[in-house]
Design a protein around this ligand. Structure first.
Ligand code: FRU
Length: 511
């Protein structure tokens, strides 16, 4: 039972020590959408954690639904996060959920899309107004200040849609030769842009369009699917990935795009700075740049190099991860081995103690039995030399008695006889008893102790008390008389010893 408990204790200690690298920070990420721009950013967010220990990311994607995003933010917060990173779908609708998180003391990083509240810890984004404005200026110059432009906006109520539109309008309004024939409402997705443009086209067959400005590249491509290749298309996002804006520009499907930086790793760095209590910028503006046919190829080449290094970094991380796992496993094995060794040692010690106790009990039983035999009942020894051999004063001689029961019996029987002959004598000493046994005091002590586990004085006292018990039972002698008869000089001391031995006072024997 005790052993099983100990084993459980060792196991628990091992498990506790192995649970080792505890998560330090849980970061919730609430993405408003799910698309190639978000995919790239999520990958960067994950990679950002490679450089920080014990950071766990919990992702939630709302697929452009306000209700879903509100629910997801609340659930992230309720499940326990240390920091929230959020791209709010629309300015108005998501703010209350973000405020709730902030009011609970959770730091909030709003990125890329804004809220209408001041309850956030930091904001990180590129400048959407500036991007719209620069794109507007590009469009004016691309059309040499003369032409018609159709705008397809981003999701109504989302801050980048509003700001890009404002920047674009401010730029084109400065060019009197440019006419914006319509500003259609999109929602960042290609299918919606396609349908809206189709509908507009159906009602405006006679309106000529030179160029379409889509609020993002997907929107521009949706409009292209509706209007065809004879129109110029400009978008925003400029992703370097397959079918991303840079490739579309290089392949002349888009005329221009604008890099809308994702920078997930930078967002994680900001989060960790906040969590570590280090200084950080409350507002971070990310750099971005126009993508045209002039620089698209170079940008793609550069991106290829970045991707190559990213793949290497990723595989390095995986290797480090595998190595870490191996180390963890090794640590568990080491702890288990140590636990087993400790367990074995404890089992061995317990077994040894148990064995010693068993031997002691056995010896006690043997001695008790022999002590109660009459001399004629003691077994006859073939060589009864052990009791009288004066040279037997060493450890070896003690063992002799352990190993030779017959010799032991005789020794005990002789000693019992000597004691019984002398126990009435209150002046008898251990030296006297030893002399009667033809031994020195030390020899007697060693032999008696080795054989019986008790000292000669203890045995003398036990014999006196045994005799007293008999006298109390079989005679009418008073307690004091009995005490004197068995060699005690003080009846009160006799009573004390008697009580220790039998758990009752001498008077009780008669009752
Ligand atoms: C990605 C995206 C981008 C766009 C941005 C605006 O989800 O739609 O295409 O530039 O969000 O917030």
């Amino acid at each position: 039972m005790r052993q099983r408990f100990f084993f459980l204790f060792v196991l628990a200690a091992v498990l506790v020590s192995c649970s080792g690298d505890k998560v330090k920070y849980r970061i919730g990420i609430s993405q408003c959408s799910n698309d190639i721009w978000r995919d790239k950013q999520n990958a960067e967010l994950r990679m950002g954690t490679y450089f920080h220990d014990n950071v766990e990311l919990k992702f939630a994607a709302a697929y452009d639904s306000d209700e879903r995003q509100v629910e997801q933010i609340d659930s992230l917060v309720n499940n326990g996060i240390d920091l929230l990173i959020v791209a709010p779908n629309q300015v108005q609708t998501i703010s209350p959920a973000i405020d709730r998180a902030y009011d609970k003391g959770i730091p909030v990083i709003v990125f890329e899309r804004k809220t209408n509240s001041q309850k956030y810890t930091a904001f990180i984004s590129a400048d959407n107004y500036e991007m719209g404005r620069v794109m507007g200026e590009y469009i004016v110059s691309r059309l040499h200040g003369q032409g018609t432009v159709l705008e397809v906006k981003g999701l109504e109520g989302s801050s980048p849609a509003i700001e890009r539109h404002n920047g674009f309008m401010d730029a084109v309004n400065k060019a009197p030769g440019i006419e914006v024939v319509a500003s259609l409402q999109g929602d960042w997705t290609e299918p919606t842009a396609y349908e809206t443009t189709q509908q507009w086209l159906a009602n405006n067959k006679d309106v000529h369009v030179d160029l379409v400005f889509g609020a993002n590249d997907r929107t521009a491509m949706g409009a292209r699917n509706a209007l065809g290749k004879d129109v110029l298309y400009c978008g925003i996002d400029g992703l370097p990935s397959e079918n991303g804006g840079i490739q579309l520009v290089r392949d002349s499907l888009l005329d221009a795009s604008y890099i809308y930086p994702t920078h997930g790793d930078q967002i994680i760095d900001l989060a960790i700075r906040i969590l570590d209590g280090k200084p950080y910028d409350k507002e971070t503006m990310l750099m971005s740049a126009l993508v045209t046919r002039d620089n698209a190829k170079v940008l793609l080449m550069e991106n290829e190099e970045i991707m190559r290094q990213t793949v290497q970094l990723d595989s390095l991380h995986k290797k480090a991860d595998t190595y870490q796992h191996k180390l963890d496993t090794q640590r568990i094995i080491n702890w288990l081995a140590l636990g087993i060794i400790v367990l074995l040692v404890v089992v061995f010690v317990l077994f040894y103690l148990y064995h010693l106790r068993k031997i002691a009990l056995q010896r006690e039983r043997v001695v008790n039995t022999l002590w109660n035999l009459k001399p004629e009942e003691v077994p006859v020894a073939s060589e009864p030399t052990a009791t009288s051999d004066e040279s037997d004063s060493s450890e070896a001689s003690d063992n002799t008695y352990d190993n030779e029961p017959v010799a032991v019996s005789h020794f005990i029987a002789s000693f019992k006889e000597v004691i019984e002959a002398r126990l009435e004598d209150s002046n008898v000493s251990v030296e006297d008893l030893a002399a009667d046994m033809n031994l020195s005091r030390v020899q007697l002590y060693r032999k008696v102790k080795a054989v019986t586990g008790s000292s000669p004085v203890e045995l003398l006292r036990t014999a006196r008390l045994n005799r007293a018990y008999q006298l109390l039972l079989t005679t009418d002698k008073s307690v004091s008389e009995v005490a004197y008869a068995v060699g005690f000089t003080a009846p009160s001391y006799f009573t004390k010893c008697f009580k220790e031995e039998y758990g009752m006072v001498p008077g009780d024997v008669r009752k």
